[in-house]
Design a protein around this ligand. Structure first.
Ligand code: ATP
Ligand code: MG
Ligand code: MG
Length: 361
């Protein structure tokens, strides 16, 4: 087929569309968001578009294969589309990754280790969970969280802390996790083809600030180099168990006791943006190859170091300086609404002698 459908209209879809174009594919974007940067799309500024069967059927009819760039596409939307066109990865992968409890239970079932966790369906359950897990802990909504939104830290067993956290996350079904004193955070990013072949990129070190990814760098520190094999093996098991097709990312904490699984993303991932210039085939290209049933490209990293910095909120004002640095690969997502904490672009440096040090902040 020659048209790839993408559910979701953010920067990930936009970069997927660019990679698809390189390989000769057309893309068709289904994006109910108010501001879509993946493409100019007809006004579908409502969540109801995910339930609009007529529109979805027309979209499916226009596509040879459908994928998604957004893990909160309703599972029922993907199930409906799957009756009309191949959707890769499938509904099951989406269902597991949308629900932090299902996700951790799935990974634990494959032998993966996670932070201690407990289900918190209501306020009363939070007291029991705190008694079992202790403090400090992190309360997270089971669904819909991203960039650290829908999370609250609980510092002490004081009931006032629990009340505040429960209110802060909107008094919704949650998961309580023990706070992990990690050495570093890193991700494992793999691509699994239609035939089951799996390839993995080198793991970057990921630095977060206020729950948002700030930077990904390679090579990572020794503890991450030591632990990436175990993390990859677990993620590959997850991918096989889900009969996954496309790019799958797993976020891990490197701890003295080995890698702990944090969460997965059933899609291309921010910590893999460096692969555009830093790897032979990028995560976007390989996702397109996988969902289109093509042979996978090489995940080799020809040159180190590689540094990717996100441009978050007012960071976007640095673009003129970054452009003046001829070694900086600048990506501007073209979003018109600039808000604090919003990811508006990223920049990547590859190879020795270049990097963010040269750029005034
Ligand atoms: P993303 O944008 O990556 O999807 P998210 O909103 O789904 O983020 P998490 O990845 O679960 O949230 O958490 C965001 C960050 O908060 C983590 O990268 C880590 O820095 C910190 N964090 C989350 N859970 C824990 C934990 N149990 N212990 C310590 N730190 C944690
Ligand atoms: Mg997440
Ligand atoms: Mg995360």
């Amino acid at each position: 087929g020659s048209t790839i459908g993408i559910l979701g209209g953010g920067q990930l879809g936009r970069m997927l569309a660019a990679a698809a174009a390189q390989l000769g594919y057309r893309t068709h974007v289904y994006a109910p968001d108010r501001e879509s940067v993946a493409a100019e799309v007809a006004a579908m500024h409502t969540r109801a578009a995910w339930d609009d069967e007529q529109r979805l059927a027309a979209f499916a009819a226009a596509c040879d294969v459908v994928t998604f760039e957004f893990e909160n596409v309703p599972v029922d939307t993907v199930r409906f589309l799957s009756g009309h066109v191949a959707v890769r990865p499938g509904a099951k992968s989406l269902e597991v990754a949308q629900d932090r409890l299902a996700e951790k239970a799935f990974v634990a079932g494959l032998g993966g280790r996670t932070a201690p966790f407990a289900a918190v369906p209501d306020r009363a359950a939070l007291d029991a969970a705190l008694a079992a897990i202790g403090t400090p802990a992190i309360l997270k909504t089971v669904r819909m969280g991203y960039d650290g939104k829908g999370q609250a830290r609980i510092a002490s067993p004081d009931p006032a802390d629990a009340d505040a956290a429960w209110q802060a996350i909107g008094a919704r079904a949650a998961i309580l996790e023990g706070f992990v004193a990690f050495a570093h955070e890193f991700s494992a990013i793999l691509v699994r083809g239609l035939d089951g072949e799996t390839r993995v990129w080198d793991s970057p070190l990921n630095v977060h600030e206020a729950g948002i990814l700030r930077a990904s760098t390679l090579p990572p520190p020794p503890i991450v180099l030591d632990q990436q094999a175990e993390a990859r093996a677990l993620l590959a098991q997850v991918a096989d168990a889900l009969d996954y097709v496309g790019v799958l990312a797993g976020e891990f904490f490197a701890t003295d006791a080995g890698p702990l699984f944090n969460e997965m993303a059933p899609r291309v991932h921010n910590s893999g943006h460096w692969t555009i210039e830093g790897a032979v085939a990028s995560q976007f290209e390989n996702h397109v190859r996988a969902v289109a049933g093509l042979p996978l490209g090489s995940t080799a990293v020809p040159r180190l170091p590689v540094t990717m910095h996100n441009l978050i909120g007012a960071d976007i004002d640095r673009v003129p300086d970054l452009l003046a640095d001829g070694a900086a690969h600048v990506h501007h997502y073209g979003k018109t609404e600039v808000r604090p904490g919003r990811k508006l672009g990223h920049v990547t440096w590859v190879g020795p002698g270049v990097g963010p040090e040269a750029v005034p902040r």
